[in-house]
Design a protein. Sequence first.
Length: 99
Amino acid sequence: MAAGYEVVGEAADGESGVRVARDLAPDVVLLDIHLPDITGFEVMRRVGGGPGRPAVVLISSRDASDYGRLIERSGARGFIAKAELSARTLAAVLGSAGP
């Protein structure tokens, strides 16, 4: 458990992230936009955004404004800058009171 959330998996790159998300079927995926092989936007396209799929929250060390409308068009539940990432901000993006 991390701040009330149970971490069920992690991946070092986008292709591994796609496999892990499909294998573990988590409720929520925190997804870095900058990955060593494919972008977080591509991972999002493959694993999130539909019924029965995890809610994806994009994260980055960069500001949301650096991505223009890409975040909005991605289908992700939202975006959190890494400097602002906490259980509280995650709950706010997910639209819940918390874990």
